[in-house]
Design a protein around this ligand. Sequence first.
Ligand SMILES: Nc1ncnc2c1ncn2[C@@H]1O[C@H](COP(=O)(O)OP(=O)(O)OP(=O)(O)O)[C@@H](O)[C@H]1O
Ligand SMILES: [Mg+2]
Length: 300
Amino acid sequence: MKMQNLEPDYENMTFEKSLEKRPDSTDTEKSRDLVPRELRDTVGDITVPNPRMICRGVNVYYGEKQAIRNVSIDIGRNEVIAMIGPSGCGKSTFIRCLNRMNDTIDSCRVSGEILLEGVNIYDKNIDVVPLRAQVGMVFQKPNPFPKSIYDNVAYGPKIHGLARNKSELDEIVETSLLKAGLWDEVKDQLDHLGTSLSGGQQQRLCIARTIAVSPEVILMDEPCSALDPIATAIIEDLIDELKRQYTITIVTHSMQQASRVSQRTAFFHLGDLIEVGPTPRIFTRPRHQLTEDYITGRFG
Ligand SMILES: Nc1ncnc2c1ncn2[C@@H]1O[C@H](COP(=O)(O)OP(=O)(O)OP(=O)(O)O)[C@@H](O)[C@H]1O
Ligand SMILES: [Mg+2]
């Protein structure tokens, strides 16, 4: 029996008109209301075989204001998934759900289900300290501790008890710096301050610090936006290398970067996950009008 295709025929829907009615092309609460609700359901396959993380029906509120609406998506193993969308659409809010970083914001409330290797990370028995090692985070602005290069990397393994002695700790520091592509540049100055490095080196130091506690997933929120093109290229090569071992979720404003580094892309708009799919398809044949408008630069 032929399966009935229950998905709306987005390509032939006449909702461009409703977009034209928008007062302007900026993202306002009003413009959300002009797009029919059913056209804000996620287009594309949210699932992957054997996912590392499963998010279902995730809502996030800051006080009364809802920042993420009913988002469901799988995050695969050894994949780089890019999160794109206009400023304020909820990319950072969403990735912060993946390691409960939003817990640190008083007004923030998260509902729905997020599983890591089948375990609900919002379960009341979950300790967020080891969770944030399993799901590490690299921020927009490199933020090394005001400590030596060595101590920046050794800090996590020490507090998580990952090394039994100094030589094990030395080995973790070296391996992490090697994987972060920084070892050769810093091996003779491990006692120098992490903050004395260049911006690109500092960001690789932060990646080494994240890797040092053996994460499964690395969240990166615009990791290159403070870097020059050469430092950016080095980090992008590194991301490609790291995906062999880790799952990487990267928020980026650069569509070229998303195309270069990711295998899947998720497009957010005003708190909704509008479309998700293989990166080449999202950028060449987006199925949702809003995705097309964004990638062709009509807003954002
Ligand atoms: N700590 C907070 N308290 C209240 N509202 C917040 C907070 N952080 C984010 N928001 C709101 O939630 C919405 C989503 O913000 P978020 O920072 O996740 O967007 P974003 O897609 O990461 O944007 P950008 O591309 O500018 O970083 C915005 O309306 C923002 O104002
Ligand atoms: Mg952000």
